[in-house]
Design a binder for this molecule. Structure first.
Ligand SMILES: [Ca+2]
Ligand SMILES: [Ca+2]
Length: 290
């Protein structure tokens, strides 16, 4: 009788352990990246990738040289989703273009201390807005109404600007906005990746209420959110991670040792693609999210 009882409890314990192990694995197996293609090394310090859903093209910001150099050699490339170049020098005459965002037929890109407005149909720069006090503008995000948010990552001017109806003003600054880099809008909130305090925060677009989402502990360059609330982030050094809804942080890719950077990523959820610009490595690399 006693022996039978022990067996019963052993079976129950084993079943519980198996349930926990399988459960944990299912969570860990949630997201993996499978390499799909790498472009040729034709880019010049590519900082960010933006997907144009309407035209099924990728726009690559090429800093070309120093990240804050006003050298006039920065450009935007068009790349097909197969990794083939569509137009390497689609837009020229920029300095050091970085993050971008598309709203209707306009593509907005930051360029050191200016916001550049590009007419996508014409393939032309239609406006260059000088931003007062801006030092090192980085990422750009647009909301549903076409307002544009721009981060200034410089420690001397940690702030987020807002462009609305043709004019730009400082939208938010202060202790919580610590050298902001990556921006992304989801559910009426602006998600910010601070490279200063290494935290992801959300800011309510109406009330400006700030909430801490996760502490990453290192620089956050790109930041993109899927419809499930998973936050894909890149650390410029070469790490690409996902912060799951549960708060768990999982590293998907680490190329720090190979000295391959991971700059401002793009997520194309409907195609399960994550696209990484490799900065000093001068390529664009595409992964399938599994
Ligand atoms: Ca340049
Ligand atoms: Ca960036």
């Amino acid at each position: 009788m006693i022996k039978k009882g022990n067996n019963f409890y052993t079976i129950v314990i084993v079943q519980i352990l198996l349930f926990i192990i399988i459960g944990c694995n299912a969570e860990n197996l949630g997201i993996t990246l499978n390499h799909k293609w790498s472009s040729d090394k034709v880019f010049k310090v590519p900082e960010s990738v933006n997907y144009d859903n309407e035209r099924d093209l990728l726009y690559i910001s090429n800093i070309s040289g120093n990240s804050s150099g006003k050298d006039g050699n920065g450009f935007i490339s068009q790349l097909k989703l197969t990794g083939e170049i569509n137009n390497l020098k689609w837009i020229t005459g920029l300095n050091a273009p970085k993050g971008g965002s598309i709203y209707e037929d306009k593509f907005y890109v930051s360029d050191i201390d200016e916001l550049i407005e590009i007419d996508i149909v014409k393939g032309k720069i239609i406006n260059k807005y000088q931003i007062q006090d801006a030092i090192f503008l980085n990422d750009v995000a647009t909301d549903d109404s076409g307002n544009v948010y721009i981060s200034d990552m410089s420690s001397k001017n940690s702030a987020i600007y807002k462009f609305t109806n043709g004019s730009i003003s400082k939208w938010i600054e202060g202790e919580e906005i610590s050298s902001p880099n990556g921006l992304c809008i989801s559910n009426n909130k602006l998600f910010v990746g601070n490279s200063g305090d290494g935290k992801i925060k959300s800011i309510d677009l109406n009330t400006k209420e700030i909430k801490e989402i996760a502490e990453i502990g290192s620089g956050i360059d790109g930041l993109k959110i899927d419809s499930k609330g998973n936050i894909f982030i890149s650390d410029w050094q070469g790490r690409t991670s996902v912060v799951k809804k549960s708060g768990e942080i999982e590293t998907l890719l680490n190329t720090v040792k190979e000295k391959i950077n991971s700059a401002d990523i793009e997520l194309i959820q409907k195609k399960n693609l994550l696209i990484i610009p490799t900065f000093f490595d001068n390529r664009i690399v595409c992964y399938e999210i599994k």
